[in-house]
Design a protein around this ligand. Structure first.
Ligand SMILES: Cc1cc2nc3c(=O)[nH]c(=O)nc-3n(C[C@H](O)[C@H](O)[C@H](O)COP(=O)(O)O)c2cc1C
Length: 329
């Protein structure tokens, strides 16, 4: 990881998962890790309910908005709206392989159209002073990635993109589900490293298959940073040492009890403005992954968290199962 690169560790954009409640939760664990929104299409940002789609708490900074689309004008407009909302970075999705996304001619299918991506990025970067970054795959389908990936990066970098987050596997546009496309095509970390050697001035972030901080740090040893997705969701506690280990923060790392206390306070405030308990608790099931009592924690949250009238007390009750000394019945 490059110590001079400010966002050397990030949590991936994950549709349906990395919403504002999940991000607020992760902020209780790590202050410094860059957080990404779920992907929003440029059209949704322009025409949708902006406050609901784009709103976030100031505590979530540093936060990047991920956009999907392939119309340069629309993307530029959506990027500007995102910047006005206070996002710190705008990211373009060139990695998502779902059918719905392909039919819109964006996501991973754009790996086949570097010149169009360049136009999009250039229009977006002209519209906003904050960084515009690209999250991409190493390639799609039968592409000879040793040639097509550097070609893609060169063309898009020339259009004013300094940072590429590379999910280190191909996407198969036909025949694999999005989930299979995160598992079946093999990971190719050496290719991502080769891109950094070929384009040393660009910031290259590696993504895909990283299970914890030490894997993230070693995979990005010669790169600028690493992004973690599924492991950050299923096992969020792997980020508890991130501020210290990755960002050299001097503050003592938080304890799980402090995180639970923060969650209780957050939930009480959110529920007062109409948020359902389950919208928050569904993201926190993994907090005690691997610890004694983890099953009970998940069970109470899942069963009692959806009952009518359930409130923050359900979190306190679940915490009694795993932290009986800190959360007394
Ligand atoms: C539930 C889920 C939703 C995802 N949604 C997005 C998305 O909206 N945009 C995107 O670029 N990638 C999305 N991804 C891909 C992740 O950002 C990441 O690239 C991928 O999971 C590989 O990283 P990992 O092995 O650390 O999970 C999603 C992944 C998951 C598991």
């Amino acid at each position: 990881m490059n110590e001079n690169y400010p966002n050397s560790l990030s949590i991936a954009p994950m549709m349906d998962w990395s919403d504002r409640h999940y991000r607020a939760f992760m902020r209780l664990i790590t202050n410094r890790t860059l957080l990404y929104t779920e992907m929003l299409t440029a059209a949704a940002v322009i025409h949708g309910d902006r406050k609901r789609l784009l709103g976030f708490s100031p505590l979530e900074h540093q936060i990047a908005l991920q956009l999907g689309g392939s119309d340069p004008g629309q993307l530029a407009e959506a990027a500007k709206i995102g910047e006005d909302f206070g996002y710190d970075e705008i990211n373009l999705n060139v990695g998502c392989p779902s059918d719905r996304v392909q039919s819109g001619r964006f996501g991973a299918a754009l790996m086949l159209e570097p010149k169009l991506v360049a136009k999009c990025v250039s229009a977006m970067q002209k519209a906003v002073p904050i960084p515009v970054t690209v999250k991409c795959r190493v390639g799609v389908d039968e592409q000879a990635v040793g040639e097509t990936l550097p070609n893609f990066i060169k063309i898009v970098a020339d259009a004013d993109c300094q940072t590429f987050i590379i999910h280190a596997r191909k996407a198969w546009l036909k025949g694999l589900s999005p989930k299979q496309n995160r598992e079946i095509p093999p990971l190719d970390y050496p290719l991502v490293n080769a891109m950094k050697r070929q384009f040393p001035k660009l910031s290259i972030i590696i993504n895909g298959g990283l299970l914890d901080l030490s894997q993230a740090m070693s995979a990005s040893e010669d790169l600028d940073g690493a992004m973690i997705g599924r492991a950050a969701y299923h096992n969020p506690w792997i980020f508890s040492q991130a501020d210290k280990q990755v960002f050299n923060d001097k503050k003592p790392p938080v304890t799980r009890a402090q995180v639970v206390q923060g969650l209780i306070e957050y939930t009480a405030i959110e529920q007062a403005s109409g948020t359902r308990l389950h919208d928050i608790t569904r993201h926190i099931l993994g907090l005690f992954a691997g610890e004694a009592g983890a099953r009970k924690w998940r069970q109470i949250l899942s069963v009692e968290g959806v009952k009518p009238g359930a409130d923050w007390r359900v979190i306190a009750k679940a915490a009694q199962m795993v932290l009986p000394e800190e959360f007394v019945a």
